[in-house]
Design a protein around this ligand. Structure first.
Ligand SMILES: [Zn+2]
Length: 393
């Protein structure tokens, strides 16, 4: 079997293995078994349930981690898909299914790309790790754990980038505005204190808030997404309202700084007898391996400078492997790279797959694109760390 066919077959098995967040046990075992079959020097799962494969370097070049995740988002109604979301079917040279792009295609291209180096009989100059972490889609339990326990010199995040290079993304913070008023019969508006009025004022004031503009990542945004009250009856003025804000952040912002910016706007809209607060939700998660973690709804932004040696040497390494110089851009969405960068790690992005198909019912990846991703990952495993070290010396 050709290396590409072998990779496609692995991708099909990955797609056929359901792996919603918290249910990655089976796929973790599958990835670990594949790494062992391909000749990785060491394969293990950590306490959180992340899979870690290691190919030992022959010299003292910097270590590099190739990273993707094991989980995927819900497929929705299979009837809405042109092909079975968990079939891993191949049609017209494309592999179809949930995760084909986000993230099982890029995962297969990393596991097999690094294996191509082993297969060639060469050794990387420094240690090469390939990791698949749990629960990326729900706030990054696996990456948060890994950022504390594994410290490679370079990190390559394989989220789909159409085989271009990515150097960061905006972060994502969730805030919940909570306003308490006074419940009353809806016919007696003078007795009630309607918290929806206060929320309405805040919503119209959001347009005027200063949204920092980052030269590379673009403008920070705030989108109201969910609203609920303590009422199910249509003829009652509610006593409480909860409004969720999805905030896309730039590196200068945090959940706390956003809360401090928004609180005066909320307070300015209050009416006599109401009180408002802004909460930063905390998620309590347990991994399939039984590891528990509680963390805020805060996934940091990150951006590596355009002249950073890790970025320029990644582009240099990829250019001959891809046959052209890959464009460098930023991702629209947040990734686990934010957790790694926040922990001080050097993060660059590269992966096959069209990110615009992620989380859709049309998720599929051309085998030709997977093949380019394989070549790119092999070249990065082979040359990137040494080039990086040489430029820094
Ligand atoms: Zn992803």
């Amino acid at each position: 079997m050709s290396p590409v066919d072998d990779c496609v077959e692995f991708l099909q098995r990955l797609i056929r293995t359901h792996s919603m967040p918290g249910e990655e046990g089976e796929i973790a075992a599958l990835v670990a078994a594949e790494m062992e079959r391909l000749g990785y020097d060491q394969v293990r799962t950590d306490e959180a349930g992340n899979v870690i494969g290691l190919v030992r370097g022959s010299g003292d070049a910097p270590s590099v981690m190739f990273n993707t995740h094991l989980d995927h988002v819900d497929a929705g109604d299979p009837a809405d898909w042109p092909h079975d979301p968990f079939g891993g079917e191949v049609h017209d040279g494309m592999v179809w299914g949930r995760g084909a792009v986000d993230i099982k295609g890029p995962l297969a291209a990393q596991v097999h790309g690094v294996a191509a180096l082993i297969e060639s009989g060469d050794r990387p100059a420094g240690d090469v790790y390939v990791t698949g972490v749990v629960q990326e889609e729900v706030g990054g339990l696996g990456a948060r754990y890994m950022a504390e326990t594994l410290r490679p010199d370079l990190t390559l995040v394989g989220e789909p980038s159409r085989n271009e290079v990515r150097r960061g993304h905006r972060g994502r913070v969730e805030l919940v505005v909570h306003v308490r008023g006074r419940m009353a019969h809806a016919s007696m508006t003078r007795i009630g204190r309607n918290p929806l009025t206060v929320v309405g004022r805040l919503l119209s004031a959001l347009d005027d808030i200063d949204r920092p503009d980052h030269p590379e990542l673009g403008r920070a945004t705030i989108a109201p997404t969910l609203i609920r009250t303590d009422q199910t009856s249509a003829n009652v003025i509610p006593g409480e309202v909860y409004l969720t804000l999805d905030c896309r952040t730039v590196p200068s912002q945090s959940a706390e700084s956003l809360r401090d910016d928004l609180l005066p706007l909320l307070q300015a809209g209050e009416i006599e007898g109401t009180s408002g607060e802004i909460l930063i939700p905390r998620h309590e998660r347990v991994s399939y391996a039984g590891y528990e973690m509680t963390y805020p709804a805060d996934n940091p932004a990150h951006a590596i400078a355009s002249d950073h040696p890790a970025l320029t040497t990644a582009v240099e390494t990829l250019t001959p492997a891809l046959g052209h110089e890959p464009p460098v851009d930023v991702w629209q969405f947040a990734t686990d790279g934010g957790h790694f960068a926040e922990a001080g790690m050097v993060v660059v992005g590269f992966g096959p797959g069209d990110d615009r198909l992620a989380h859709t019912v049309n998720e599929h990846i051309p085998i030709s694109e997977l093949e380019i991703g394989l070549r790119g990952n092999e070249a990065l495993a082979r040359e990137w760390p040494a080039r990086y070290a040489a430029l820094r010396a």
